[in-house]
Ligand binder design. Structure first.
Ligand SMILES: [Zn+2]
Length: 426
């Protein structure tokens, strides 16, 4: 069995008052939608906190060009002429200036079977689907529903949130170029759009957007070890503008900062170095990490032993490691959790729901730590809604996730090369 986390390091994390302070300060920045002042404020805060922890490490900023997007206006009018609240999905395409009016086909959850059964019904109509718990096996991602709607000729896309009276956010799934207008709505609005005896309901969507090339960054801090090999610890900075994106991903950012404070003084004696990475435009189809991994040479990729990506790590006391098909890393993770008295579940399939996916697809063993996986009652169900606020997070859960992360990262930095080689097995 692996040894438990070094007591000095564990004590540092247990006593780190900065963890909860950082989490609250990150939430104070706002929802951190890419391209907003809120996102820039969060980057400035992260710089300041890493600088305070290790003044000698200036870090580096990798520019990340992306398709900038902003919604100027979004409106939804129902067939009876009343207006319903709505939220434009990230990067949705605009409607024609005077809007788009069409009949609405309610596809329920929006499974492939439901889309297939409705076949040609969707041509020229608006598809209505439901947002579902994201952190569960078998989840159908919003992006797939959007693609199915487009493929069947839908002219608009509505997705209803899970909370009574509340909207839902998310990315539209559009990769730039063509697309169909997409709005998040409340469940009550969806109910009013149900088909009736006299026919389909109708709705009018008006979306005005501004699009232009934009640039954000990936912030990187290298703490070298004794060799040229690395363990990458990452979290995404950006979020949505419905709330303060507290669980997703204020929790991951605060945990990365605390682990950095605790490990920075120790890494020089570790076999592998610690590379701390803050990505943005994660909510833009994982753009920041995609560009980073794509730019790595094969040698650089080989030198990264493991990516530990923190995304939504508190909001429930249950933690899971999504191991992205890298079966070989699971015994290592379970061993560390046991040695440190923590419960951890491993989940095998590759899930392209955060930045670890790009590392995994690039041939680098990569895990995502996530809280509340497969638990429909966990607060994580509120991610992407206006209720993703700091009061959904228990400090003790965040500290436990931080402690486990430090244990995993420290052990990964120290693991002997033969052990690390097994992590690359699928
Ligand atoms: Zn996230």
């Amino acid at each position: 069995m692996m040894p438990a986390l070094d007591k000095t390091i564990a004590d540092r994390i247990a006593a780190d008052r900065g963890l909860w302070q950082d989490f609250n300060d990150i939430c104070d920045c706002g929802g951190r939608l890419a391209g907003t002042d809120s996102e820039r404020k969060a980057f400035a805060l992260l710089r300041e906190r890493v600088h305070a922890a290790s003044p000698a490490n200036a870090g580096r900023s990798i520019p990340v060009p992306y398709g900038g997007w902003r919604a100027r206006r979004a409106m939804l009018r129902l067939g009876d002429g009343t207006m319903a609240a709505c939220h434009p999905l990230v990067r949705t395409i605009a409607t024609p200036r005077d809007g788009l009016t069409a009949e609405v086909v309610d596809l329920g959850r929006g499974t492939p079977e439901e889309f297939d059964a409705h076949g040609r019904d969707l041509e020229g109509r608006i598809a209505l689907v439901r947002h579902e718990l994201m952190f569960a096996a078998g989840t159908i991602h919003r992006r797939r529903k959007y693609d199915m709607a487009r493929a069947r000729g839908a002219v608009g896309f509505l997705i209803a949130g899970p909370l009574p009276g509340e909207l839902v956010a998310g990315s539209s799934g559009r990769e730039g170029g063509e697309g169909i207008p997409a709005l998040g709505i409340a469940p009550e609005t969806a109910a009013r759009l149900a088909r009736r005896a006299d026919g389909w309901s109708t709705a009018s969507m008006i979306i005005e957007t501004e699009e232009s090339p934009a640039e954000t960054e990936t912030l990187v801090y290298d703490y070298p070890g004794r060799t040229g090999d690395w363990v990458v610890l990452s979290a995404h900075v950006d979020g949505h503008d419905l709330a303060e994106s507290a669980m997703d991903n204020g929790t991951g950012l605060a945990a990365v900062l605390a682990v950095t404070r605790a490990l920075a003084p120790e890494v020089a004696r570790f076999r592998r170095g610690l590379r701390v990475m803050f990505f943005s435009v994660e909510e833009w189809a994982l753009t920041g990490s995609a560009q980073y991994v794509k730019a790595l040479s094969p040698v650089d990729r080989d030198r990264i032993a493991l990516n530990v990506n923190l995304d939504s790590v508190a909001g429930s006391s249950d933690l899971a490691a999504l191991t992205s098909g890298y079966a070989g890393v699971e015994p290592f993770l379970l061993d560390i959790a046991a040695a440190n008295g923590q419960r951890l579940r491993t989940v095998r399939p590759l899930m392209t729901n955060s930045d670890h996916a790009n590392f995994a697809l690039g041939g680098i063993p990569a895990i995502r730590l996530v809280a509340g996986f497969d638990d429909p009652a966990a607060n994580l169900r509120l991610v992407l809604t206006p209720d993703d606020t700091r009061d959904k997070v228990e400090e003790a859960d965040l500290r436990r996730a931080t402690m486990l992360t430090a244990a995993i990262v420290a052990a990964a930095c120290e693991a002997d090369p033969a052990a690390a080689a097994t992590w690359r097995r699928s």
